[in-house]
Design a protein around this ligand. Structure first.
Ligand code: NAD
Length: 430
């Protein structure tokens, strides 16, 4: 089989996807980013063996000209759907970073575009693929735990790096409401238990102490708390956002037992009460192993191995020409949770239905729902939803200070340092 030729869009997180394992039968042939210096450096560091890696500053031009079968999207957080839809309409497969879309209407359009194109779509949600979550899925699917009653998922990630990673007043990291980055918390539970969220409530702490803020202009509450009803009737609570301490655990209470990931040492603990445990001990704690065949690749990959498995399952879907588990419907449902939880938090914790993204009749109700708190530079934002509910606004002079820092950082974002970039670029010009 000819290798699948693919392009990466965005060179922050996007760099994770530039070295496919040989078993994937995928070839990295093009890269797109607005910043030409980044592109030159990426080409010098990641070119393929025949030195034919193409670089584009314009996404539409790349879709027009590059000889590619697939795109991997790692552009701005809330702008993936537009890029994915364009690619699908040009007959390209899509692996999209989280989240799938910024509005419910875009989710509807994305599902239709996947169906109309017949192309593979997968969300690059890597948190279900840690050792612990893969073992939890194995356990749950074996029937040992029974059925999900209640789950907890957490993805709390304080950001202490003040300006470089969030370059610009309108950069997505400076205006993302604290419920939006929810897929790392909810996707593992969806995948372990084969459930989908159907109803959502959201809340945020509204406090005076603002010391959690990564920078003085970030418009974000300390964290988001989401409660979902799942399609089997179970209830799931997720935590996400900046909070003050990192935490990335999953915990399930089921009809025949419980399992949770330990906070301290990453082992998992499984337990059953006497009437459910047969010969099992009440508690067993252990560190799961990777599947032997890909143990070394997974152990070497980022995000607890998840970065390997995301590409692995995308490649498998392409080889089989079958939609992956993390298909467009699950992608849109998990992304809708963050949007609806924010709407809920803005409306006193009201409960909202998650659209049934695989049902055209239900989808029609949301096809014009462009509700979003994300602003664009220069746009009149009268009447738009807030981005934070805390009693806070940037202190005087904070924006000027931030702008100075952004000038120095040259709007670079994740993983880039201006001095090092300029140095590397200067060497390329000699
Ligand atoms: N799954 C994970 O573990 C994980 C980790 C980090 C980031 N992410 C996701 O990856 C995405 C990117 O994150 P990041 O931290 O790299 O963001 P970033 O803002 O640092 O980088 C985005 C890159 O996309 C480029 N870009 C944006 N719009 C473009 C356009 N129209 N044309 C060409 N290039 C464009 C920017 O120049 C920048 O280089 C986000 O959705 C984020 O949620 C996921």
């Amino acid at each position: 089989m000819e290798p699948i030729k693919y392009a990466v869009v965005g060179t922050g997180r996007g760099r994770t996807f530039m070295h496919p394992d040989p078993s994937f039968n995928m070839k990295f042939v093009a890269v797109c980013d607005r910043n030409p210096k980044k592109l030159a450096i990426i080409k010098s560091e990641n070119d393929n063996e025949d030195k034919t890696l193409e670089t584009y500053t314009d996404y539409d031009e790349m879709l027009e000209k590059a000889d590619i079968d697939a795109v991997i999207l790692a552009n701005y957080f809330h702008e993936h759907a537009e890029f994915a839809i364009k690619a699908l309409r040009k007959g390209k497969h899509v692996l999209s970073e989280c989240v799938a879309m910024g509005t419910l209407a875009e989710g509807v359009e994305l599902c239709r575009a996947v169906e109309e194109s017949g192309k593979i779509y997968m969300i690059a949600e890597n948190y279900p693929f840690s050792k612990q979550r893969m073992e939890m899925r194995r356990l749950y699917q074996s029937g040992e735990l029974g059925e999900l009653l209640y789950g907890e998922g957490e993805y709390c990630h304080p950001m202490h790096e003040p300006y470089g990673i969030a370059p610009g007043e309108y950069h997505w990291r400076n205006q993302i409401p604290s419920t939006y980055y929810c897929t790392h918390a909810i996707a593992p539970i969806m995948m372990i238990t084969d459930t989908i969220p159907t109803k959502v409530n959201g809340f945020v702490p509204k406090i005076e102490d603002q010391s959690y803020r990564g920078n003085e202009v970030r418009l974000q509450d300390p964290g988001g708390i989401i409660v979902c009803q799942m399609d089997n009737g179970a209830v799931v609570r997720t935590l996400q956002g900046a909070f003050r301490t990192h935490s990335m655990i999953t915990r399930l209470q089921c009809t025949k037992g419980a399992v949770e990931q330990d906070r301290g040492d990453d082992r998992i603990t499984v337990w059953h009460e006497s009437r459910d445990r047969g010969d099992q001990p009440k508690f067993r704690s252990y560190m799961p192993e990777w599947p032997a065949e890909f143990a070394s690749q997974a152990a070497a990959a980022g995000h607890g191995g998840g970065d390997f498995w995301v590409m692995y399952y995308f490649a498998e879907a392409l080889k089989k020409n079958e939609q992956p588990y993390l298909n467009v419907y699950r992608a849109c449902a998990m992304s809708a949770v963050g949007i609806l939880a924010w709407k809920s938090a803005c409306n006193g914790g009201a409960c909202y239905d998650v659209p049934k993204f695989d049902d055209e009749e239900d989808r029609r109700r949301y096809e014009n729902d462009y509700w979003t708190p994300f602003r664009k530079e220069g746009e009149d934002d009268t009447g738009m939803p807030p981005r934070t509910l805390s009693p806070w606004c940037p202190p005087e002079g904070a924006l000027d200070k931030a702008r100075e820092a952004w000038e120095r950082n040259d709007y670079l974002g994740l993983g880039w340092n201006k001095e090092k970039m300029d140095e590397a670029y200067a060497k390329l010009q000699i």
